[in-house]
Design a protein around this ligand. Structure first.
Ligand code: F6R
Length: 496
C-alpha cells in the first residue's frame, strides 16, 4: 500500500478505505480491522460519504463521549459542548467502538465486534455554568466565581458547625488510606502546583512522607511504587494522557489510587480506586483558575481528615483549621476587591519581556502557578522561584526592567522574605508584593503592595492565587491577547 499522507488521521482513513475495498468489508468491520493495526492513542469518528446515515466512532486512551438526542447524536471529547442539546451521554470505554445509525440508533461493540452493554448516563451540568454571565471572558468569570465554587466544594463535606470534615472516600477506603506508608502525587501543570502545596500539607499535618511528581516524568522513569503507597492523581479534565498513564503504572505495581478531578465521569475518576470530585463546575477558560483552588481545597480537606485520624494534630488545632477553611470563600471575596487596583497596575507590566515570581514555603508553588498563568495567556516569559534560591543564580537577571512579584504574606518565613525583597531592591529590581492586611514593613521596600486577608499559612495560596490570576488576566487583556484561548494550548491534553 502506498502512503498518500503523513498526517495520522488521514493515513487511518486511507487504511480503512483500503481494507473495505480489498477485503470487501462493511465500514464497521473495516474499522475494526484497521484499529487492530493502529498503535497509540486516538478518538475518531468516521463517515462513509456513500452511507451518510452512519457514523462509526472509536477511542483508545483519548476520551470520546456520545450524546443521545431525539433522532440525533453528538460526539465530543467531553460532555460540556453536548449538554446544550442533550443530557443523555455514553462515555465510550477504552478500545470500544460506537456504531451510530440514524435508523437503528446507537450500539457499542468491542474491537472484536462483541456487543457491549449500553451505559447511558445523565449529565448534571447547568447550562448557565458554561455561559459567560456578563463577564468579558470565561477566565474572569471563573476567577470571580471561586468563593461560590469553594462553598460547593466543601458543601456536604464540612458540617454546619464548621469543625469537622467527612469525605466519603475516607469512610469507604479508610484502611487503605490510613495504611499509606507514603503518598505519591502525580499531575501536570497547574494541577501539579496544587500537588506541591498538598505535599507540604501531608508531611506537616499528617507526617506522611510525600513525593510530588510530574506525571509525564514519573511514567517514564521506572519509579519505585509499592502496595503501601497511596498515589493521588490530580486533574481538572480527568483526561490528561500522562496522568492516566502514571495511574496505570502505579496500579500495576499495586498502589492504591485516589483521584482528584473536576470533570465528572471522565477517564481518570474511572481509572482510580476512589477519589473526590472538586465540584467547581465546568472550567472553560484554558488557563486553570477555579480548578486550582478547588484542588487545593479538596487536598486540604483530605490532609485534615488524615491528620485527625492519625492524631498527628491536636483536636483543637484540627477544629480550628477546619473552621479556617470554611472562612476561605469570604476571604476570597475580599481578595477579589483587589481587581480594580490590579487592573490599574497591569499596563505597567505589559512592556516586560521577563518576570520573576518569588515565594517560600506554601507560597513557593504559588509563585510557580503565578508565573505559569502569566506565561500561558500573555506570552511574557516568567519564572517562579523559591525566594531564597535567588542568590544561587537568578539574582544575576535582576535589573530595573524586571518586574518581580513577591508573595510576602505573614507566616513563619516572613522576615526571611523581607530580606529576599531587599536583595532584589538592592539590584534595582521593581517589586510588587502581596502582603497580609496590617503589614506596614514591606511597603518601605516594595514599589507596589497588594493587601490580602490573613489566614493560616497553609491556606494562604487559596487567597493569594486570586491577585496572581487577576494580574495575569489584566496584563494579557492589555496586550490584546485571546485570554480564553491562548495559542498552542488545549484544555484537555489528551496526547502525551
Ligand atoms: C494551566 C493549565 C494546565 C493544566 C494541565 C493539566 O493553566 O490549565 O497546566 O493544569 O494541562 O491538566 P489537567 O488538570 O486537566 O490534568
Amino acid at each position: 500500500m502506498e502512503f498518500k499522507s503523513d498526517t495520522d488521521t488521514e493515513v487511518l482513513v486511507q487504511l480503512v478505505e483500503y481494507i473495505m475495498v480489498k477485503k470487501n468489508l462493511p465500514l464497521v468491520e473495516a474499522v475494526q480491522v484497521a484499529l487492530h493495526q493502529v498503535i497509540g492513542a486516538y478518538a475518531i469518528a468516521i463517515i462513509d460519504k456513500r452511507d451518510p446515515r452512519q457514523i462509526i466512532a472509536a477511542r483508545k486512551q483519548s476520551p470520546l463521549v456520545v450524546g443521545i438526542g431525539k433522532d440525533e447524536f453528538f460526539l465530543g471529547s467531553d460532555a460540556s459542548p453536548i449538554i446544550d442539546y442533550t443530557d443523555k451521554v455514553v462515555y465510550l470505554e477504552d478500545g470500544n467502538i460506537a456504531v451510530i445509525r440514524l435508523d437503528e440508533g446507537l450500539k457499542v461493540i468491542s474491537i472484536l465486534g462483541k456487543e457491549q452493554e449500553l451505559k447511558v448516563k445523565t449529565v448534571d451540568i447547568d447550562l448557565g455554568q458554561i455561559e459567560k454571565g456578563g463577564y468579558e471572558h470565561f477566565m474572569l468569570k471563573e476567577i470571580f466565581e471561586q468563593p461560590e465554587c469553594l462553598m460547593n466544594c466543601m458543601r456536604g463535606r464540612i458540617n454546619v458547625e464548621g469543625n469537622h470534615v467527612t469525605l466519603s472516600a475516607m469512610i469507604d477506603y479508610r484502611q487503605q488510606l490510613l495504611g499509606a506508608k507514603r503518598i505519591v502525587i502525580v499531575a501536570c501543570g497547574t494541577s501539579w502546583h496544587a500537588g506541591l502545596i498538598a505535599g507540604q500539607l501531608f508531611e506537616s499535618l499528617c507526617r506522611i512522607p510525600c513525593e510530588v511528581e510530574y506525571a509525564s516524568e514519573f511514567r517514564y522513569r521506572n519509579p519505585v511504587v509499592t502496595k503501601d503507597d497511596v498515589v493521588i492523581a490530580i486533574s481538572q479534565s480527568g483526561e490528561t494522557a500522562d496522568t492516566l498513564a502514571a495511574i496505570q503504572l502505579a496500579k500495576e505495581q499495586g498502589a492504591f489510587i485516589f483521584g482528584i478531578c473536576n470533570a465528572i465521569g471522565s477517564s481518570i475518576p474511572r481509572a482510580t480506586n476512589t477519589g473526590t470530585y472538586i465540584h467547581v463546575g465546568p472550567e472553560i477558560g484554558v488557563a486553570s483558575t477555579k480548578a486550582f483552588t478547588g484542588q487545593v481545597t479538596v487536598l486540604s480537606m483530605l490532609a485534615l481528615c488524615l491528620a485527625a485520624e492519625r492524631k498527628t494534630i491536636s483536636e483543637d488545632l484540627y477544629k480550628q483549621m477546619v473552621k479556617e477553611l470554611t472562612q476561605i470563600p469570604d476571604k476570597m471575596e475580599q481578595a477579589l476587591k483587589t481587581n480594580e487596583q490590579i487592573e490599574h497596575l497591569a499596563p505597567i507590566f505589559t512592556y516586560a519581556k521577563n518576570c520573576l515570581y518569588l515565594g517560600r514555603g506554601y507560597n513557593y508553588p504559588l509563585a510557580l502557578e503565578g508565573a505559569l498563568k502569566l506565561k500561558e495567556i500573555s506570552y511574557i516569559h516568567a519564572e517562579g522561584y523559591p525566594a531564597a534560591e535567588m542568590k544561587h543564580g537568578p539574582i544575576a537577571l535582576i535589573d530595573s526592567e524586571m518586574p518581580v512579584f513577591v508573595i510576602a504574606t505573614r507566616d513563619r518565613l516572613y522576615e526571611k522574605v523581607i530580606s529576599n525583597i531587599q536583595e532584589v531592591r538592592a539590584r534595582g529590581g521593581r517589586v510588587t508584593a502581596l502582603v497580609t492586611e496590617g503589614d506596614t514593613q514591606i511597603q518601605k521596600f516594595a514599589d507596589h503592595v497588594i493587601t490580602l486577608p490573613d489566614t493560616p499559612e497553609c491556606f494562604q495560596p487559596l487567597i493569594a492565587s486570586i491577585p496572581l490570576q487577576l494580574l495575569a488576566y489584566h496584563i494579557a487583556v492589555c496586550k490584546g491577547k485571546d485570554v480564553d484561548r491562548p495559542r498552542n494550548l488545549a484544555k484537555s491534553v489528551t496526547v502525551e
